[in-house]
Design a protein around this ligand. Structure first.
Ligand code: UD1
Length: 385
């Protein structure tokens, strides 16, 4: 069996790494029927700190194909990926393409595979924010509609896909590959030097801090909103240190609007941070304020308080059972919720079903037709619908 996995943007690398490991393990276990696995990097993210560092941190092999598409409008980026990926598929003729998440590379590569009648597995299928102004929502809906294997992280995903008319026999509730990766790397993160590098050590202890990440265009493209966001950070920094690694989009906008000047030393802005160091920062944060998708899940797994600065989430399980609070974009409410946490009023949570570190193994078992437990789950799913 020949598989090509696609990575493009930062949140993809940590999802393909555990799948690659599961394939390697499968090949050791079943040498007579090995899977030939290749990785294609579209180059959607290309900065050292948005891409290369993750290959090193996650032990991913160098990509077999690098499409080098870079930035551009969504249409331009998607079209360039399609043109280049078609050449790869025509030459390699894989049996299956694996795509993850919801970025432009996900939809572009699925569409090419579908036009060439190559089977598609979508990992992290079925998530819906129900907000079609988000480019990622369009990418999710389109990718799911043409995929052959839809691997779901939480039960809301099954319901969404059934509502959209996806045949139940294509849907597999397997858990979360990103959590496989997190579990594998937590021990390594204990040796991170990020705390001393950022001046966060108080003797042998880490100074309490709030970790911030913000990159959604709907938040960071508005000068007025970011001004008010920094006013909030200044007030929060009276009580806590603030660590804010800047996504390139965020940095560009803050720079252009002169918002990076006159910050106090309690607010520490950094370049994007590698996987292991960021995991260390997540694990030890008192609170995270974010608009990311993946960080809502990682904080839920680690039991860390998380405030999501968005009006919707495609990952409702993190709010239903996890430590995530979906506060919306009203900064008065965000500040109030942050102060509650800092003053000790925390939300308790538990780990969602099947987020157990074995998701990639389940996926490979299904792809090679060796999954007995899944057949039972599938029978239930099909008979319930
Ligand atoms: C993309 C994904 C988003 C994901 C995010 C994680 C889509 C539609 N969006 O958004 O779902 O949460 O990645 O980071 O695919 N840039 C650099 N260096 C890089 C990469 C980007 O400077 O290595 C700049 C680009 O020039 C552009 C901006 O950052 O100005 C945004 O990059 P882009 O890949 O278009 O989208 P993201 O906002 O990163």
């Amino acid at each position: 069996m020949k598989i090509i996995s696609v990575v493009g943007a930062r949140p993809n690398f940590m999802k393909i790494a555990p799948i690659h490991r599961a394939i390697q393990n499968y090949n050791i276990q079943y040498p007579a029927s090995t899977i030939h696995h290749q990785v294609c990097h579209t180059g959607q993210h290309y900065d050292e700190k948005m891409s290369k560092i993750f290959f090193k941190d996650l032990g991913l092999p160098q990509p077999d194909f690098y499409l080098g598409v870079g930035s551009g409008s969504h249409t331009e980026q998607t079209a360039k990926i399609m043109l280049e990926f078609e050449k790869v598929l025509l030459k390699e003729k894989p049996d299956l393409v694996i795509v993850v998440g919801d970025v432009n590379s996900t939809v572009a590569c699925s569409l090419v595979a579908s036009k060439l009648n190559i089977k598609i597995a979508h990992v992290e299928a079925g998530l819906r924010s129900c907000d079609r102004t988000m480019p990622e929502e369009i990418n999710r809906i389109l990718t799911d509609s043409i995929s052959d294997f839809l691997f779901v992280t939480e039960k809301s995903g099954i319901e969404n896909l059934i509502k959209e008319g996806i045949p139940p026999e294509k849907i597999f509730f397997v858990g979360n590959v990103m959590i496989d990766n997190l579990i594998q790397n937590v021990p390594k993160s204990s040796n991170s030097e990020i705390f001393s590098n950022l001046g966060l050590m108080k003797g042998k202890l880490v100074h309490p801090y709030v970790l911030i990440t913000l990159h959604r265009p709907s938040n960071v493209d508005s000068k007025e909103y970011m001004e008010r966001f920094f006013d909030m950070l200044r007030r929060l920094s009276e009580n806590r240190k603030i660590i804010f690694p800047l996504h390139p989009r965020t940095k560009k906008n803050l720079d252009a609007n002169g918002l990076l000047e006159n910050l106090n030393e309690q607010i520490i802005l950094t370049d994007p941070i590698g996987y292991i160091d960021f995991l260390a920062l997540t694990k030890n944060a008192e609170l995270i304020i974010t608009d990311s998708g993946g960080i809502q899940e990682e904080s839920t797994y680690l039991g860390i308080q998380c405030i999501t600065v968005r009006n919707n989430t495609e990952r409702p399980i993190t709010v239903e059972v996890g430590t995530n609070q979906l506060i919306g974009t009203d900064l008065m409410k965000v500040e109030q919720a942050a102060l509650h946490v800092i003053n000790g009023k925390i939300k308790s949570g538990r780990i969602p079903e099947l987020w157990d570190g074995k998701t990639s193994e389940r996926i490979i078992d299904i792809l090679v037709g060796k999954a007995q437990f899944v057949e039972l789950e599938q029978e239930k799913l099909i008979s319930n619908n």
